[in-house]
Design a protein around this ligand. Sequence first.
Ligand SMILES: Cc1ncc(C[n+]2csc(CCOP(=O)(O)OP(=O)(O)O)c2C)c(N)n1
Ligand SMILES: [Mg+2]
Length: 389
Amino acid sequence: MVTVADPGPDGATDGATDGAIAPAAYFAGDDEARARGLYRLLDEGGALLADVPWLDRALARRLFEGMLTIRVTDARMMALQRQGRIGFYGEAMGQEAAVVGSAAASLPDDWIIPALREAGVGLFRGLPLESYLAQIFGNAADPSKGRQMPCHPCDRATNYVVMSSCVSTQIPHAVGVAMGMKILGHGGRCAFGYMGDGGTSEGDFHVAINFAGVTRAPVVLICQNNQWAISTPGTLQTAAETIALKALGYGVPPMRVDGNDVLAVYDACGRAAATARAGGGPTFIELLTYRVSAHSSSDDPSRYRDEAVTEIWRTRRDPLHRMQRLLEARGWLAPGETATLAAAMEARVRDAIAAAEQVGPPPVSTLFDDVYEQPTWLQREQRAQLVGA
Ligand SMILES: Cc1ncc(C[n+]2csc(CCOP(=O)(O)OP(=O)(O)O)c2C)c(N)n1
Ligand SMILES: [Mg+2]
């Protein structure tokens, strides 16, 4: 059952997903087998490993277009950062299937508690692009009033909670939200709590998953194992054979999934969410993927990793190409249509950026908002000095 790493072009191991297992065999196993195995439905050539009766054209297109939206938006935002028009950006390149597959498994009443790579979950659920950009520019339309660094969107309407810059602090929040739902009797809903591989080395992860196990909270804990935590590779992150195995120790059922297969991600997250919503408790899902881009716009991965390995993930293992092949083979996407879709998406993003750049910063007086319910005398004095009232 142990996944065998695929040798790369020069015999380098690259954390490959080639030991993947199709549904019947995967779900026939016990929890430990599911934590060591790797669930997959769609192979790298775009061929299905099993019948997928729930897949129709509309869903397949939604998943593909959701992934393409992230790819196009990220590319524009990185260009903007390089032009000095925004201060910071963190891409999800290569991880779009993990983001969109999990997002598509959520229902409108569920809660999303994300980490750094999941802005696309918000966008997929309906977080307006204009609000996303407002937060990145920190302009007057930003719900956070320009107080967070870029890549910290939030949206009440879609139950999308702002991510915390402090790695892993969001995992107790996700479990807490789920525990709250259970206490309040809000059945039929669950929380999705995201983290990276690095996040599972933090104390907060262990505290949170322990509470999830003990309280049987309706939470789906999703780890995007992109095999890097800035410059720390997976091999130095943990001595555990897989990240999913960690969940076993806390009595939380694990799954380990090919995170570049949007169909397997959607299916696994959908199963876990259905269990949680029905009162069956938490699940931990490791999505094996790869951080094709730099950690963020402040990072240069060529300083610390072999980019020949990255190249394999960027090309042969690209989650979009896989789905594109399937769609084209079924006649659900015309040849060349991807470029047309991408161009339309890019035009929409460019228009939204142009509009966001016209908005201007939040008024200085907002510095004093939301600090205390009643301003202190010192704040009143400072406010008077700064804005005259
Ligand atoms: C508590 C804490 N320690 C360190 C950092 C600096 N930091 C930001 S992101 C990151 C790596 C996170 O890696 P991972 O959890 O694998 O997520 P990824 O960035 O790969 O998506 C680190 C160390 C931080 N933000 N918070
Ligand atoms: Mg990581």
